[in-house]
Design a protein around this ligand. Sequence first.
Ligand code: ZN
Length: 226
Amino acid sequence: MNSFFSKKNLLIAIFSVLIIGLFLFVSIYFQPKRDIIIQPPTADKTINAGSSSPDIATNSPRLTEPLISAPNRVTKKPFGIYITPQTSPVSPEKFTGYHTGVDFEILPGEENKEVTVSAICAGRLLLKKSASGYGGVIIESCELDGQEVTIIYGHLKLSSIALKVGQTVAAGETIGILGRGYSSETGGERKHLHLGIHRGASTNLLGYAQDKNLLGNWFNILDYLR
Ligand SMILES: [Zn+2]
């Protein structure tokens, strides 16, 4: 009886060791496998995070300021405003229509100072002359969001513009200075910059559109400034 019990106990002990051994083997064997499964998704997340940043960097091309502190100077005639001699923020007023450009005013103390105007984009000079309502005016060809446009810079001192028609201009390059207020340099207007951006490659000096639908041919520079 004694030997029978001890044999049975021995079998139970061996069986128990085998069970425990099997359990340990299974738990150790599966643990590293879980680690391997966890790692690839972490690596994928890193790749996704990396690929999303170029999307943020690809903004539409931006234009350079034509004057220092340009947005702060738009205080009288923004893009698209309807002007009549009776309702104009400027007096005296000779124009009527929808403003096809943006007017940048001079700041306090600039009345008798040279105010430098810079090219808002890289392009080529298409026109340079004295025109009614503008005084000195130039037109630059340029590309905006992959489209051809022309840029009007109005009320400049014509003799300050060294660039010749056909020459190329870099963005931010000095074009000239603003004309003297209420003189032939500004077409009799106050000292300020009129800047228009016209759709297409043809030159167009229109400053005010009589039909509101024609505003669709013009862009507001403030939508594209850096
Ligand atoms: Zn204007």
